[in-house]
Design a protein around this ligand. Sequence first.
Ligand code: FRU
Length: 465
Amino acid sequence: MHHQTPGSFRPRIHFTPPQNWSNDPNGLYYDRGQWHLFYQHYPEAPVWGPMHWGHAVSQDLLHWRHLPVALYPDELGYIFSGSAVLDRNNNSGFASPVLTPEAADKTPLVAMYTSHNPVTHLEEQSLAYSLDGGLHFEKYYGNPVIKNPGLQDFRDPKVFWYQPEQCFVMVLAAGDRAYFYRSHDLKQWEKTGEFGPGVNQVEAVWECTDLIKLTAPDGEDRWALLVSMSKSVSSPTARIQYFVGSFDGRAFHSSQTQTEPMWLDFGYDNYAGVSFNHYQPPLFIGWAVNPEYAAKVPTGDYAGMMTLARRLALLNTAQGYRLSQQPVGLDHLRAASWPVEQAGALMGAGGFGLIIKGSQGQVILSNSDGQYLTVTITPQWLELDRSQAGATDFSAAFASQRLSVARVARYPDCQSDLELIFDVSLLELYADRGLAVATLVMYPDSPFDHLQLSGDLSARQYQLA
Ligand code: FRU
C-alpha cells in the first residue's frame, strides 16, 4: 500500500495557501486582466489564529500566484472578512497628492474589513487603502468607520459601487439579519435598511452576506442575497442560503413565494463564499472546507482551499427563479476530452474532469486501497457518498452519516449533462444547468485511478492542467 503524504492532497486547479491556515475568500476583485483573491489567513500555523489577509492573483482563475500578506492584525484587533473596491473617482481622497505626492492619478483600492478585538470580541468595521494594487495597504487613521451598535456578531462588510445613485453600498452580517449602508466617500456610512431575521424558518448567525446584481432571463435586473448560515438547530451544518429579490438602493426585498430555504450547494464544503467586484456577470468563490472540521483535515502544513470560480446566473425554473453556478475557465480542458470505457483506468489520476451523459446509474471512482466515492444519478435526485472515499478518522463530524452522504432533488425541466471535477482531494459536481451543485472534500490514501459507470451512463474525460 502506498499512502499519500499530507502534501500530496494539494489540488491542481483550486487555490490553496502557500502554507498554514486559510478560510474565507476576502476582497475579491477584477482589474485589467487580473483576478485578486485575498483570504482569511493565519500565517504561523495550519489552524485558525490571529487573522491576516493573505493575497494571490490569477489570470485564468485556475492558477494562482502568491503575494505577500496584505493586512496584519493591529491595535483594533484581528482582520476579519471583508471586501475590496476600486474608488475610481477618488471619492475617498486617498489618491490625493497632498497626502502622498506620487498618489496623483492613482486609483485607490479600498479594503473594508471587520476589526475583531480578540479580548472583548467587539466587532467594528475598518478600512485600509492601497495605491499599488493591494501590495501595500495603509490603514485609515479614522478606524473604525462603523462602530458596533451593541451586537455580538457584526461583521464581514461587502462594499460595491452602486451606479444608479453614484454611491457605495455595504451589506453587513449583523447577528440574525443583514444591515445595509451607503456612503459617498467610504468613510462616513449611513444605515439605510435591514433584511431578516427568521426568514424561511432558518435561524443562525449570519456571516459573509453578499448582495449580487443579476440579469434575469426577462432582461430585468434582479438581486440575490447570499448568506452564510452558521450551524444551528435549524441549520444542521454551516452552509450558504440565498434569496432572490430586488434592491431599491436602500434595502433588499425578497420576492420569493415559497418558504423552503434555497441552498447554494448541496455538498458540505462551500461556506463564506462571495462574488468579485468590478466584473459582470458575477463570479463567485467559496471556502471549500466545512468549518466543523476545517482545522482537523489531514493536509499537513496547510489547511483550507477555495472552490473554482463560478459564474452565477438566474434561471427560470418550474419553481421560480433559482441561482445557477458554472465553473469558469475550463473550456480549453473540455475541448481536449476523450470518451472513456464503462469500466477502466482513469488517466491523470488525481486530477480529472468527467462529462457524464445519461439519466440513471452510478459513477464509482476508486483506488487500489479499496476506497471509493459513489455518485448515484436518478431522474428525481442525485446522491454523493464519501463515507468510503478515504480517511475519516480525523474528525467525528466528518465521519458522521450527517456529513457523509449528500442528496438533492433534481430540476426536471432543466436537466443537462453532469460535470464532475475531481481535483486530488476536492470534488465539484454540476448538474441540471448548474442548479444542482455540490462541493465535497475527501482524502483518499492513494489517487482515484479507476472509473466504473452503470445504468445508461456514458462519459468523456479530460485532464486538469
Ligand atoms: C466565516 C467567518 C466570518 C469571519 C471570519 C473569521 O467563516 O466566521 O464571519 O469574519 O470567518 O475568520
